[in-house]
Design a protein around this ligand. Structure first.
Ligand code: NAD
Ligand code: 13P
Length: 356
């Protein structure tokens, strides 16, 4: 029986929590097992305490820099070459900070197995002069393979601790989605299939902006009423913006774990919230710090997505650089065809003005 070979492209906190779950599933000793035990994980090579990070991971089966304290599984093999990691893989899981995915796709162009299926765990989007591009769209375009998304309230360390969590797989191809569900689902990690991949990915992308607002609320010492205000208005603008860009996005998607679920988790426990709180406190104390400084100090190599995403989304909202008719490739989008888009998104716009 042919078995599916799995590759993980990425090795940060969420990539490690996800590869750990997959490694638990691929390792089962069952004749009906559909997956090759070994998972190759591409690691962006760097020095860790004088040694190569890949060597340390392969020796200890742990990623001490990005996900310390968790055994990844002795069937996870760290490789520094992205081509080698993806070579021959039937199922390609992408999980790197969104600013690196374009470079990753370019490196993988023409190198993936024809007929392979991909899934993106990355939250973020790319904005080019000709319009926005979701990560799954970029993967499809560059690698010429189907790409689903996995999104949810999924704080990596909580999943490493095997605490109850849920996610959706947003899909176009149901066979691929069912295969990925078998690959990821664990007793503590419940997966539902959602035929709205764009809606799920937009939710995962936009909640990172709202999380900055939640961190500001904490930095100002305000209480739950204020945070609830940010979360509610954030959800309104996430829905409005997603449906303006992609009118087929479903209303119900915002009530799923990829929508309100992820928004609440990130606004209480995420890294965007943490760094925005510290940034706000520094402003209030009269000793301002930059987001870059705080990112490197507090996250120790992990990456903040909200600041980049806020600037990327604002490029779309800002009328000055998009004179009507809007050059974005969203032909039937009424919101983008009128001016004053910023007025329709007061929370996104205010957060962007504050951070800049
Ligand atoms: P991370 O922020 O923990 O780590 C950063 C990663 O970027 C490291 O693996 C590092 O090696 C890599 N990197 C640094 N420079 C690079 C370069 N030039 N090219 C390529 N890679 C480089 O990573 P993460 O938490 O796995 O985040 C990946 C995605 O998952 C993000 O979109 C994030 O929003 C999303 N996500 C994260 C969590 C979480 O709890 N951490 C949960 C859900 C989703
Ligand atoms: P942060 O990047 O803010 O930690 O959010 C993690 C996340 O996406 C949880 O689902």
């Amino acid at each position: 029986l042919a078995r599916y070979r799995v590759a993980m492209i990425g090795s940060g906190a969420w990539a490690c929590a996800a590869v750990r779950m997959m490694a638990q599933n691929t390792k089962v000793d069952d004749p009906a097992d559909e997956f090759v035990d070994e998972i190759r994980m591409w690691v962006y090579e760097e020095d860790y305490q004088g040694r190569k990070l890949t060597e340390v991971i392969n020796e200890t089966h742990e990623n001490p820099k990005y996900f310390p304290g968790f055994h990844l599984g002795d069937n996870v093999v760290a490789v520094p070459s992205i081509e080698e990691a993806a070579d021959g893989a039937d199922l390609i899981v992408l999980c790197a900070p969104h600013q690196f995915i374009h470079g990753i796709c370019k490196q993988l162009m023409g190198k993936v197995k024809p007929g392979a299926a991909a899934i993106s765990l990355t939250k973020g989007m790319r904005v080019r002069p000709e319009g926005p591009q979701l990560i799954s769209q970029m993967v499809r375009r560059y690698l010429n393979i189907d790409c689903a998304v996995l999104m949810g309230a999924n704080i990596a360390t909580d999943i490493g601790r095997e605490q109850l969590s849920e996610a959706v797989i947003g899909y176009d191809n149901l066979d691929h989605a069912e295969r990925f569900k078998k690959l990821f689902q664990r007793p503590y990690f419940r997966i539902s299939l959602l035929p709205d991949p764009v809606g799920a990915e937009m939710c995962g992308t936009l909640k990172n902006i709202v999380a900055l607002g939640a961190g500001m609320v904490d930095g100002l010492g305000l209480g739950p009423n204020s945070k609830a205000t940010i979360i509610r208005q954030g959800l309104v603008e996430m829905r409005r913006f997603s449906r303006a860009l992609y009118p087929s996005v479903r209303e119900d998607t915002f009530l799923e774990c990829c929508g309100v679920g992820d928004l609440v988790a990130t606004c209480y426990g995420g890294r965007n919230r943490l760094v925005a709180e510290a940034w706000t406190r520094a402003q209030m104390d009269g000793s301002p710090r930059t987001f870059e400084e705080l990112e490197s100090e507090l996250l120790k190599g992990q990456k903040l997505q909200g600041v980049l995403t806020s600037n990327e989304v604002q490029e779309i909202l800002r009328p000055a650089i998009h004179p009507a008719p809007c050059p974005l490739r969203v032909p039937s989008s009424p919101i983008l065809q009128k001016r004053h888009w910023e007025q329709d998104y007061p929370l996104f716009t205010t957060i962007n003005r504050i951070i800049n």
